[in-house]
Design a protein around this ligand. Structure first.
Ligand code: GTP
Length: 365
């Protein structure tokens, strides 16, 4: 049994809730056509990687809390049996925010312990140890906490010597600790029922501070394994590349780890270079002399000869013209970038837009 596998004899099985209802505004225009957890990441929807890790931890029943573009999840994953899971979908009529979404699925849950995941986190946290920590502390809620290099960018979560959370602090220039909420929790089942129903509630702003104030046992589990919030374009690109390269954990990679993942039906010219953990989607074509570095090409993309694509996401069926140079750019589905265009530093091209001019240069800085 792997370290990440639950021993059913030792403890009753937990259940999981995955929050996938956000609009993914920071990843627009990619999220105009698909919600963030469904974006192709290292060859499969991002959510496939998370579900593969949940399954490997011995959890079978997973409830998805959906809102934005709710229908696409069931259309892709069905009842989950292909993944060895029993998947259920709950749709919010209006977005209920994170805690509201957890409360909204409570009637589908029956286990004593419920693992809750933000659906956009790529993480190697040991779920079995997280559950063990929760159970041995007899906690009401246990949070996965992660240490980061720049805690100033986040609210931080200090803990006492016994791991008990002592505060939830807002962003500050001088944070007292470098550990932050990693977006993965264990809830005692009854605690979920104390969340107000039918209105938006945030776990970070309302539920967790409220639990602390009421004297509940809120435990921290600090884990130093791989962790990335895939919410921004740069993080999305980094995460996909790390999955392809093998730096980030998954059981759902549709191929071998390495410099590039070239999916079925894609073709890369013999003298093109595809590297840095790039993923080349089904039916995509990378022509002679082109370079694709640390990038994600969705399905049906054409990269013409001698084009350079570095740290970019190229949406489905988009075309990059010959000799074009794209660095840190996001290209929407079906867009077309003319020959010799230069798109740099965070430029985003909306779906279907055509940039036909030769030699046009756009930079977002
Ligand atoms: P941005 O708009 O770019 O901030 O992304 P987001 O919409 O995903 O928001 P955020 O990253 O803060 O969300 C964290 C997690 O909670 C993500 O997995 C979201 O899908 C999920 N989430 C956020 N709001 C809701 C909601 O109202 N309902 C549900 N079901 N999930 C939500």
């Amino acid at each position: 049994m792997s370290a990440d596998t639950q021993d059913p004899a030792a403890s009753p099985p937990a259940e999981a809730v995955v929050l996938v209802g956000g609009q993914g505004m920071r990843l627009r225009p990619l999220t105009l056509s698909a919600p963030k957890p469904m974006l192709p990441t290292a060859g499969v929807p991002f959510l496939s990687h998370l579900l593969s890790r949940i399954r490997a931890a011995g959890i079978e029943h997973v409830v998805l809390g959906t809102s934005y573009k709710a229908e696409v999840f069931a259309a892709h994953f069905g009842d989950g049996s292909d993944l060895g899971l029993r998947l259920e979908y709950v749709v919010e009529p209006e977005p209920l925010d994170t805690a509201g979404a957890i409360r909204n699925v409570s009637d589908r849950l029956s286990a004593d312990d419920v693992l809750v995941f933000n659906g956009d986190i790529l993480s190697g946290v040991d779920l079995t140890k997280l559950l063990e920590t929760h159970r041995s502390a007899a906690a009401d809620v246990t949070l996965h906490l992660v240490k980061v290099d720049e805690p100033r960018w986040f609210g931080c979560v200090p803990t006492a010597a016994d791991g008990r959370v002592t505060a939830f602090l807002e962003k500050t220039d001088n944070p007292p600790v470098d550990q932050i909420n990693a977006g993965c929790y264990v809830f005692r089942r009854e605690v979920i029922d104390t969340i107000p129903a039918g209105r938006p509630v945030s776990v970070e702003r309302e539920t967790f501070p409220g639990l602390l104030a009421s004297g509940a046992r809120v435990q921290g589990y600090i884990d130093t394994s791989y962790w990335l919030d895939m919410g921004t374009p740069a993080a999305f690109i980094r995460g996909s590349a790390d999955l392809v390269l093998g730096a980030a954990p998954t059981n759902a990679l549709p191929g071998e780890r390495g410099e590039a993942l070239v999916l079925d039906g894609a073709s890369v010219a013999a003298d093109a270079e595809v590297c840095g953990g790039s993923a080349i989607g089904r039916g995509s074509v990378v022509k002679s002399g082109a370079r694709v570095v640390e990038s994600v090409l969705f399905d049906g993309v054409r990269v013409e000869g001698n084009a350079v694509v570095e740290r970019c996401v190229i949406g489905a069926n988009a075309t990059i013209g010959a000799g074009a140079v794209l660095r840190d750019a996001i290209i929407g589905d079906g867009a077309s970038v003319g020959a010799d265009c230069e798109l740099l530093n965070g430029v985003r091209v909306w779906p279907g837009v055509e940039l036909p001019e030769r030699g046009v240069r756009f930079s977002a800085d």
